[in-house]
Design a protein around this ligand. Structure first.
Ligand code: GRG
Length: 291
């Protein structure tokens, strides 16, 4: 299997599924337009790719994992819409387009985010899986997104703008803000495949290391890349005076951390009875990503 081909196949499958999620709904047209505007604006689809590929690597039926993969992308998209609001980061560019509130107004952007969050749980709870798998996946998603997961990370981020964070606090913030959803994605893939507890724990270790590397790389790209390549404004951390991995460790050490964490991720999957080739190559791909 050629890695790039498989990545594109998987991304296309997710795009097609997401495009069908809110199609043909005549009611509350403005709300649906706002939800679809951000959900279908592109993006790398890393989280749903992880969900499908963990399912596939464990011998599961990836079509059954699609509603779970879509759910994680809906939660991710809601978080981006809310993060860009004037009361949060006040950004005007996301996924190469004006942010949701710039097009639909602040109230509709809040509501589109809210509705995407509810739709995510609806997607999990109506998936063609056993009742136990649906319940397990919903619990994973709730914990990843909620008050001890992504939202907690966003709170730490806000607090950090006031006082500056230590390296340990930044690690904690990113583990919550970025890592939790990536972890949720991998775990849902394992759940959809009916994987074992050992496989769940290995996926968790992989996801935490990939999440760490992903965020360090994101901080590096905020300094070294362009708005055109990233589809969002860059140099934002420095402008806001935020401490980041780059400001605390420097670019060179950051690159080492990315490579170390990617290796840790790959090592975590050895000997657990799954086809690791794609997800290991994905860890390397993300370590070298340019957007
Ligand atoms: C508002 C509850 C709430 C949470 C916001 C996810 C988040 C928390 C904020 C978004 C801003 C940010 C830089 C988060 C760190 C995680 C991250 C790098 C998100 C961007 O993910 P990508 O690169 O984006 O996968 P695409 O557009 O490719 O999906």
């Amino acid at each position: 299997m050629e890695f790039k081909q498989e990545l594109t196949r998987c991304q296309n499958k997710i795009e097609a599924y997401l495009a069908g999620c809110f199609a043909g709904r005549p009611d509350h047209a403005a709300l649906y337009d706002s939800m679809r505007y951000s959900l279908l604006a592109g993006g790398k689809r890393i989280r749903p790719v992880l969900a499908l590929e963990f399912c596939r690597a464990l011998g599961g039926d990836e079509d059954k994992a699609l509603p779970l993969a879509a759910a994680i992308e809906m939660i991710h998209t809601y978080s981006l819409i809310h993060d860009d609001l004037p009361c949060m980061d006040d950004d005007d560019l996301r996924r190469g387009r004006p942010t949701n509130h710039k097009v639909f107004g602040e109230c509709m952007a809040v509501l589109a985010g809210d509705a995407l969050q509810s739709a995510a749980f609806e997607s999990v709870l109506t998936a063609d899986l056993s009742a136990q798998q649906r319940a397990d996946a919903a619990l994973v998603l709730a914990r990843a997104a909620g008050q001890d997961g992504m939202v907690a990370g966003q709170v730490l981020d806000m607090e950090g703008e006031e006082r500056g964070l230590s390296l340990e606090e930044i690690k904690q913030m990113n583990a919550l803000k970025t890592g939790c959803l990536l972890e949720g994605a991998c775990l849902m893939g394992v759940i959809a495949a009916g994987g074992s507890q050992v496989q769940l724990e290995a996926a968790r270790t992989y996801a935490r290391a990939v999440g760490f590397a992903f965020q360090v790389r994101d901080d590096m790209l905020d300094v070294t890349s362009t708005a055109e390549a990233m589809g969002k404004n860059v140099q934002t951390d420095a402008v806001r005076g935020k401490s980041t991995y780059v400001s605390l460790l420097g670019l060179e050490r950051c690159q080492q951390v990315v490579l170390e964490q990617s290796q840790l991720a790959k090592d975590a999957l050895a000997g657990i009875g799954m086809d690791t080739s794609f997800v290991c190559q994905l860890a390397d791909h993300l370590a070298g990503r340019s957007n």
